[in-house]
Design a protein around this ligand. Structure first.
Ligand SMILES: Nc1ncnc2c1ncn2[C@@H]1O[C@H](COP(=O)(O)OP(=O)(O)OP(=O)(O)O)[C@@H](O)[C@H]1O
Length: 579
């Protein structure tokens, strides 16, 4: 139970206390009118049983006054309960989501490779939603449902222990039934959450890939995957409700049977003359109050069990080890790879014993066949992953111990597949420097050769772009990402050169933008067309993750190795060149 509360509160159990206390007050407030009603009945009953004393109107008025005060106090308690429990739930979920998103930012990219993006979205939205609901609704109910019977039991035992025993005798059996089915409930909930996440992920995949699905006429196959996932969800839902429903109903009936047992016992004792009518009435009234929240909480037991798995999933991600470090790099230092071995899967190295040095303010090109590990090298410099063997140093600092924020502050990256956020063009450029002025943004855009096309758009820099930048051409997106990098003005530039697929006009503009970007920087460029890098200071040739050649263009041509071979194979038109 401790673990349950620990998990649903995201490790902050104290945040549940105000709502628990409010629920307790609310619970107490609920039994008071029952006791007062019995007093009213008692007063009226006595005026009939002992006519000579007459009706004690003063007492009746006093009880009415207390009832009135109770009304105000219970309203205040209820309002407080609402305020505390909802605030606790929503603020826990909001801060928890942000904390988790921040935590995700510090995880290795390898972690995301192992998980479905749809699953991560569900974790942040659906799982937190589930936990939010449990904290705002189920936890206060649970506290009220436990405390109320306990308080009632203590009070009623003094009044008539036999009646109190009759009232609560069935409760342990109801709880026992639930306890016995706990493991089954946990398994069914787990299956259901998994099926729900799977269906949401398939749906997300289907919508994100709708263009490809249409283009390749894949509707049938992909739709089949989607249909199957919905089918699995339906079966998991039926199993969850169909199996757990009767069991929970059984536990509820068992618990509620206490009321019937008590009525039988009360009638028997009343007839036998060992129980007074007002006390019997008091038991009936308190009983109806006590069993109501108990029943509600048993009904929501399934939901609480369900949210336990959601909370567990959230905590599992929270416990994932982050990429930490405190060191600062010297952005003007050498970049040194020393016997680096790395694989996305530790047992299948993609880079093997890789050693090289990049001098500051020089341009180094990475060349090699597809899959030889070029992109992997650039990702390792930015510490998207940590290496398994060897070390990467920038200046004297091993990046394994560098603060990732400090490291990335000094690196600009331009990828082939540019991602633009669903925001204005101006704000997409501003990502390079969040406090940039409009003038700085426009200056960067001019240097990246995108000011002209942006200015021609109806809303200029305020033009919104669709998620992923779907409303712009490939070349336009490339230039916006270069403008971002120019605005950032980092000392190290990692560039996945991507002009090959552009039309000549766009290509010339992107080439000019790249020239602006790489001037006076330490640059590592992945070259797809060798003509573009023939003037690089150093060319590294990779094959199957090993460095097989290194030198200038003329050195490598003279060697007549892989580079010379690739060079002679390429017949590209004139393109961008390192000056
Ligand atoms: N995120 C990843 N998870 C697992 N394996 C990966 C991942 N990224 C790349 N790989 C694998 O690592 C190897 C090297 O990939 P990398 O992208 O570094 O090669 P590359 O030389 O840049 O290729 P290309 O020129 O085609 O872009 C490939 O076998 C690739 O399948």
């Amino acid at each position: 139970m401790n673990r349950y509360f620990y998990n649903i509160s995201g490790g902050n159990t104290k945040s549940l206390w105000p709502s628990a206390f409010a629920a307790l007050l609310d619970g107490i407030a609920k039994v008071i009118p029952a006791a007062l009603l019995v007093d009213i009945f008692n007063t009226i009953y006595r005026s009939f049983a002992e006519p000579e004393t007459g009706l004690n109107t003063e007492r009746l008025w006093a009880v009415c006054a207390i009832l009135f005060v109770w009304l105000i106090v219970s309203y205040a308690a209820y309002a407080w309960l609402y305020d505390k429990s909802y605030k606790a739930a929503y603020s826990l979920a909001a801060s928890g989501r942000l904390k988790l998103a921040e935590h995700l930012r510090h995880l290795s990219l390898g972690y995301f490779g192992k998980r479905d993006p749809g699953d991560m979205t569900n974790l942040l939205l659906s799982d937190y939603g589930q936990v939010e609901h449990t904290i705002s609704h189920n936890v206060p109910q649970l506290i009220s449902a436990i405390m109320l019977p306990l308080l009632a039991l203590v009070g009623l035992v003094f009044l008539d222990w036999k009646m109190a025993l009759a009232m609560f005798v069935a409760v342990p059996f109801g709880v026992l039934l639930l306890w016995l089915t706990d493991a089954l409930q946990a398994r069914l909930s787990e299956n259901h959450v998994r099926a729900k996440n799977e269906a949401a992920s398939r749906l997300q995949e289907y919508l994100a890939g709708i263009r490809e699905i249409k283009a390749h006429n894949m509707g049938g196959k992909r739709f089949e995957r989607l249909r199957l996932s919905f089918d699995r969800l339906m079966r998991a839902s039926i199993r969850l409700e169909g199996v757990m429903g009767p069991l929970i109903m059984g536990a509820m009936l068992l618990t509620r049977s206490g009321m019937t047992i008590m009525i039988f016992t009360g009638s028997y004792l009343l007839v036998g003359g060992t129980l007074s009518l007002p006390v019997f009435l008091l038991f009936l009234l308190v009983g109806s109050r006590v069993f109501e929240p108990l029943t509600v909480v048993l009904m929501s037991y399934g939901e609480m069990r369900y949210s336990a798995y959601s909370a567990q999933r959230i905590m599992d991600v929270q416990r994932e080890e982050t990429m930490d470090g405190t060191g600062s790099i010297d952005p003007h230092g050498q970049i040194v790879f020393d016997l680096v071995t790395f694989g996305y899967d530790a047992n299948a190295p993609v880079l093997k014993d890789l050693s090289f040095t990049i001098e500051p303010n020089t341009i180094t090109a990475l060349v090699g066949p597809s899959g030889s590990g070029k992109s992997t090298v650039t990702r390792l410099i930015a510490r998207f992953w940590d290496v398994q063997q060897g070390s990467i140093k920038i200046g004297e600092q091993s990046i394994k111990h560098a603060d990732p924020e400090n490291l990335l502050k000094h690196i600009s990256m331009v990828f082939q597949d540019v991602y633009l956020f669903q925001d204005t063009i101006g704000n997409n450029i501003r990502i390079g420097k969040m406090d940039a002025t409009q003038e700085e943004i426009e200056a960067a855009a001019k240097r990246a050769c995108c000011h002209e096309f942006i200015s021609q758009l109806p809303q200029g820099y305020d033009t919104p772009v669709g998620e992923g930048g779907s409303t712009l051409s490939g070349g336009e997106k490339q230039r916006i990402s270069i403008a971002r990098a120019l605005l950032k003005d980092a000392s190290i530039v990692l560039l996945d050169e991507a002009t090959a697929s552009l039309d000549p006009e766009n290509e010339a503009a992107v080439q000019q933008a790249i020239n602006e970007l790489v001037a006076r920087k330490t640059v590592m460029i992945i070259a797809h067309r060798l003509k573009t890098i023939q003037n690089a200071d150093k060319i590294l040739v990779l094959e199957q993750g090993r460095l097989i050649e290194a030198g200038t263009h003329s050195d490598l041509c003279a060697k007549e190795g892989l580079y010379a071979n690739l060079w002679s194979l390429q017949h590209d038109s004139d393109g961008w060149r390192v000056k």
